[in-house]
Design a protein around this ligand. Sequence first.
Ligand code: SF4
Length: 505
Amino acid sequence: MELLSNSLLELITQTSTNLPPDVRAAMSLAGASETPATQSAQALDIILGNIDMACDDEGPICQDTGMPTFFVHTPIGVNQIKIRKAIQDAVAEATRRGKLRPNSVDSITGENSGNNLGEETPVIHFDQWEDNEIEVKLLLKGGGCENKNIQYSLPCNLDHLGRADRNLAGVRKCILHSVWQAQGQGCSPGALGVCIGSDRAHGYDLAKQQLFRTLDDENPNPQLAKLEAEIMEEANRLGVGAMGFGGKVSLIGCKITAANRLPASFFVSVAYDCWAFRRLGVRLDAASGAITSWLYRDPERPVERVARGEGFPLTGREVILTPPLSEEVVRALQVGDVVLIRGEVFTGRDNVHSYLMKNPPPVDLRGAVLYHCGPVMLKQGDEWVVKAAGPTTSSREEPYQGDIIRRYGVRAVVGKGGMGPRTLAALKDAGAVYLNAIGGAAQYYARTVEKVLGVYMMEFGIPEAMWHLRVRDFAAIVTMDASGNSLHADVEKVTGEALAALEEA
Ligand code: SF4
């Protein structure tokens, strides 16, 4: 049992910290394909550097280590109850070691269990097979991309594409729409698992299982193979780009399956995964629990490095921001400016925003930088240490952000994926900016933290607490400015036109 738990702990650790070779190859190609010196190319530079850093230090690739989802095959006669317990033990231990962020929240009370265990977490699917060994596959898929999963019920009408009928042409429209609607919020470039048919629940399950195919495989069904190739070509003409900044690479994979359906239903279910596409697997000796081989990777082969230089290439044109920020400094910033933050920032995400709507902040936020981030933190002695600290999806704070900016004098909000018109109006009125950090680049941003200065609201749990950090050269791009400009709105519009053009062609 102990050997089994150790094998599973190694599976979790490797999955969280070391992207598989097929994903590395696809991301490397994405970096090489992007136009140099564009915002997407800058984002990819940070992403590629982050992939190597995570592997070098065995730290989480992204701070959002997601909902651990296991698919297990066991020989007939193997005790699945023991395997479930071993998985739970390994998940708790990986969390204690900072390889997984405590992500399991009671949906009624809001309480974080602190160890990633709770009702139906982790997710474990069991199947039997005729093989003598146990196979365990693991997918770690974070909330930002999970929130961009989408399901279509055909026939339906789609933005920019018109009616999607109950045929493969309609399916194609749905899949292209799924890439467009995600924009940068799911940390593009992304990968899709798609299921045509089945029912609502199982369709999503089958779509997610497609993410266990390697990115370079070929669909055995020729019609689906053709559709996958078409989607890859067309989606990468939309221009969403890395992080939704506009660019050439929006998708690194599209894997499609089909399942029978009811005559009355025709669902297309799409599981959108981000560039931090973490999936691995092991085969285990059924008697001892020892790893006999790995899936998706060969541990004997050296890990191929993907970084193209020293992470984020500086040009000398970056704007240095030293909080607290004045209105004058902030109003001078424009969409497209690259900033380097030097000084103090405060993290805050869903619970902090909800709290601030009803209560005054525990610190003075005038001129402050508010970072949408739920970090992975470990206490070493009396000191908190940041293990991973990338941005979270900002759009969740759209109902609150404008009020908080106006009420407390926040001058810069940092996150990913952009925000909507209410926030944009508040930025303009109050004199503030939205800074897009690079989603998933958790190791890169963790290294910018010089010191953890304090923490407030720990009752919300580690990811939701308000962390007070001192950072140095924290890079981000101004994507919404105080003059009412939004790169996100612009890219959404242009890519919508590109979507419509695909249909007309
Ligand atoms: S890379 Fe982005 S979408 Fe993926 S888990 Fe991290 S924050 Fe979420």
